[in-house]
Design a protein around this ligand. Structure first.
Ligand code: KIV
Length: 280
């Protein structure tokens, strides 16, 4: 085998072989076709994920924990994000690439736009992602207004883990659920093209997905989101320590890295993941 060649035969169908765009993801929502997403941080895994037919990548600041060894995502810098996003973009041909704006890189409109431009120009991002809802609407509108697509991130916000008091399910109870629904609506109204929903009850994930026109991508948000994402190292079973309930180790089912990714792709596409034991 030639160096750099994907280690699995292409798992993509014809429709999937052209590059995925935001329009593709929107039409998948309309057609009720599940969007398959994983995090990736480097060229090697990106090739395997693309060959397995993953629709969308999040080059997440989770890289701070799973790649760089920090306890949280907070120490991750813009330079770290650009470095990893560019590694993915160098080999990425097919999947839609969403890159995280790291902690304190979008504290005001000018800073947010300058850093979003860097992720696009130097990191090859198709879209940038930031954490927050109603409080972020002005910043989202500013970035989108300058032609850069934005993904929101609501529910559990890892960059605010100190103030949230740890990794806990968000949106329990009517008032908390109403606030998260309001966050989702505010992001859509501000022009966000996608919303990631992390660690919320499945009923709330379903309600927000039905309410929004833009696609929702769930991580611990139940089976009714338009798509699913997991942190790659978590679903490969190589993250140390106690993992959240929504993580499934696909390595034990797939037997190899390409096998695990293909098992995940198939399970998300046909609605077998997340199962009731992965939801809140
Ligand atoms: O940083 C990250 O990995 C994320 C997850 C939601 C996928 O934002």
């Amino acid at each position: 085998m030639r160096a750099g060649q994907p280690v699995i035969d292409s798992h993509m169908n014809n429709k999937q072989s052209s590059p995925v765009t935001l329009e593709t993801l929107q039409s998948m929502k309309r057609d009720g076709e599940k969007i398959v997403c994983l995090t990736t941080y480097d060229a090697g895994f990106t090739r395997v994920l693309e060959a397995a037919g993953v629709d969308m990548f999040i080059i997440g600041d989770s890289l701070g924990m799973v790649v760089m060894g920090y306890d949280t995502t907070v120490p991750v810098t813009m330079d770290d994000m650009v470095h990893h996003a560019a590694s993915v973009a160098r080999v990425g041909r097919h999947s839609y690439r969403v890159v995280d704006l790291p902690y304190q890189s979008y504290s005001n409109k000018d800073m947010a736009l300058a850093n979003a431009r860097r992720l696009v120009d130097e990191g090859g991002a198709d879209m940038v992602k930031l954490e927050g809802g109603t409080d972020m609407a002005t910043i989202v509108a500013h970035i989108v207004g300058h032609g850069i697509p934005v993904c929101g991130h609501i529910g559990l916000l890892p960059q605010s883990i100190e103030s949230l008091g740890g990794y806990k399910v968000q949106g329990h109870g009517a008032e908390a659920a109403r606030e998260i629904l309001a966050d989702a609506r505010a992001l859509q109204a501000a022009g966000a093209g996608l919303v990631v929903m992390e660690c919320i009850p499945a009923t709330l994930g379903a309600e927000i997905t039905a309410d929004l026109e833009i696609p929702t991508i769930g991580i611990g948000a139940g089976p009714d989101c338009d798509g699913q994402v997991l942190v790659l190292y978590d679903m490969l079973g190589i993250t140390q320590g106690r993992l959240p309930r929504f993580v499934k180790d696909f390595m034990s089912e797939g037997g190899s890295i390409p096998g695990a990714i293909m098992a995940y792709v198939d399970a998300v596409r046909d609605g077998r993941y997340p199962a009731p034991e992965h939801t809140y």
